[in-house]
Ligand binder design. Structure first.
Ligand code: URA
Length: 221
C-alpha cells in the first residue's frame, strides 16, 4: 500500500485540522463493526466540520454592526450567494449538514454512474438551481477515490456557466490518485477534505477508507 508520508497536498486542497476530535470520529466511521446508526451520527458530525470549513473559503466584505452596549463591532458579511450540489447517491448524505449551516439553501443534484460498456463515468441526470452561474457552489461527495465522478460533476457545473473558482468540493476521505487527477484537470476548484488516505485498491476503493460510504449511510448493499 502506498503511503502518504512523501505526498505533498496541492495548495488548493485544504485538509481539516487534524485534531484528536476528528481522529476519534474517523475511527468510528472507519470501523467495520460500527452499527449504521452510529455511522450516520458520526459521519454527520464530520460533514458538519467540512461544511463549516468550506464556508471559510467564501469571500467576505466588511460589515460594522452596533451591539446592545451601543458599541461598534467591526465584522464581516458573506459576499455572494451559495448553493449546494450533491453527487448522487452518497453526496446526498451531506445535504442535511449543509442545510443545518445554511438555512433553506438551494441544493442541486447530479447523478453519474459508470457506463457498463465504456467503464467511464456517465452523466444520467442533473437538476440545478436556475441561477447557479451566479452562485458559489459547495459540491458534495464523501469519498474522492479516482475522482472520475467528481470531475464529471465539475464539468456539468462549468457547462452551466459556474465559474471554476466558485466551486468548493467537500469530501470526508480522499486518495492521492483522485486528488492529483482532479487538481490537474480543475486547478481552480478548492477541495476541503477530512483525511487523506494511502491509495486505491484494485476495485478502486480507498485504502484504508471506510468501505462503501453510500451503502453504510443509507443501509443498502
Ligand atoms: N466510494 C466509496 O463509497 N468508498 C470508496 O472507498 C470509494 C468510493
Amino acid at each position: 500500500m502506498a503511503g502518504t508520508d512523501n505526498y505533498e497536498l496541492p495548495e488548493q486542497v485544504k485538509l481539516l485540522a487534524q485534531t484528536t476530535q476528528l481522529k476519534g470520529l474517523m475511527t468510528i466511521i472507519r470501523d467495520k463493526e460500527t452499527p449504521r446508526s452510529d455511522f450516520i451520527f458520526y459521519a454527520d458530525r464530520i460533514i458538519r466540520l467540512l461544511v463549516e470549513e468550506g464556508l471559510n473559503h467564501l469571500p467576505v466584505v466588511d460589515k460594522t454592526v452596533m451591539t446592545p452596549t451601543n458599541a461598534e463591532y467591526q465584522g464581516i458579511d458573506f459576499e455572494g450567494r451559495i448553493c449546494g450540489v450533491s453527487i448522487m447517491r452518497a453526496g446526498e448524505a451531506m445535504e442535511q449538514g449543509l442545510r443545518e449551516c445554511c438555512r433553506s439553501v438551494r441544493i442541486g443534484k447530479i447523478l453519474i454512474q459508470r457506463d457498463e460498456e465504456t467503464h467511464q463515468p456517465k452523466l444520467y441526470y442533473s437538476k440545478l438551481p436556475k441561477d447557479i452561474a451566479s452562485r458559489y457552489v459547495l459540491l458534495l461527495d464523501p469519498m474522492l477515490a479516482t475522482g472520475g465522478s467528481a470531475m464529471q460533476a465539475v464539468q456539468v457545473l462549468l457547462d452551466n456557466n459556474v465559474k471554476e473558482d466558485h466551486i468548493i468540493f467537500l469530501n470526508l476521505i480522499g486518495s492521492p490518485e483522485g486528488i492529483d487527477a482532479f487538481v490537474q484537470r480543475y486547478p481552480k476548484v478548492k477541495i476541503v477534505i477530512g483525511e487523506l488516505d494511502a491509495c486505491l485498491n484494485a476495485d478502486k476503493y480507498i485504502m484504508p477508507g471506510c468501505g462503501d460510504f453510500g451503502c453504510r449511510y443509507f443501509g443498502t448493499d
